[in-house]
Design a protein around this ligand. Sequence first.
Ligand SMILES: *Cc1c(COP(=O)(O)O)cnc(C)c1O
Length: 357
Amino acid sequence: MSLTLTVDGPRWRAHLESVADAHPGIVPVAKGNGYGFTLGRLARKAQWLRDRGHDVTTLAVGTYAEIPEVATRWNGDILVLTPWRPFVEPFDPTLTKRVIHTVSRLADLDQLLTLAPTARIVLERTTSMQRHGMSARELWEAGEVLRRRDDIRLEGVALHLPLAQGNHLGEVGRLLNDYVAAAVPERGAPTLWVSHLTDGELETLRQQYPDFVARPRIGTQLWLGDRGALRVTATVLDVHPVERGDAFGYRARTAPKSGHLLVVSGGTAHGIGLEAPTGESTIKARAATFARGGLDAVGFVRSPYSIDGKQRLFAEPPHMQASMLFLPSGARVPAVGDRIDVRVRYTATTFDRVDIS
Ligand SMILES: *Cc1c(COP(=O)(O)O)cnc(C)c1O
């Protein structure tokens, strides 16, 4: 009765191990809906990688509120990606030694060090993303602040780069130079926490900055990088034959031709939404569809569900936990209980079940 993510366990785990092997110092990212898997499951998998001897010492979460989800299932350090603010949710003080804070404003640095002088800290430098981070000047001032103290636990600099578009290395080099110029007193080797560099860029960076330790933060490529190991299915919950003109649905619209209404699991509560029309998007192509009397011409919208490899149309917008599809006559009609494929955005979908073999 559910929207299910079925995972080919051996294949998925082999992929996780190969990504971990290819990225020593990898910081797996477990945030939000856990990329569809849930945070708890990802935390356990990170622990599994660590137990298998991979170089995984730190797991990243998105927010402070996510710490409890991972802390009991993973025994290493926890980096919080969203920068610390004076108003963040408090967390279990017994975790203080495991939590690494991201600090992106000078004012926050002062305040955090006042509240928690031994907090572990990574300083964030802004990138062309312009999301969070300090300017070169603020970083330099942070260096001043930090050099005046001898009890601080600074663990590096963080850069959040845009998704790969061309080469990031010029930008990374400039930003790293800002960090070096700030002469921030780090305890161990200077560390760069970074996202969205290609393997080639990471390699070049390691050659150009041999005294830096690069810690790639990776979510999508790790958890979702082998889509062939993942399958998403919904269950057919009901099937109703309809004739042209029959009324159905919340808005009592009428069937434009004969066929079947299918009620399938998965709705707005799972993150199932209306799809933007793909494929035939030019005006000319749409006009042609209209001329052929296609179902999208009568207002049916493409759904993410497919049957026998063919993407099907919503009979009406998705309901909270179920959706209605229209199957024109002539198509094979699945039986109640059959599973059909669904294409989803994993980071925006809540599955009822995750089955890992
Ligand atoms: C989400 C996030 C990542 C991981 O991004 P993916 O594209 O899923 O690998 C890395 N760094 C930061 C700061 C993030 O917020």
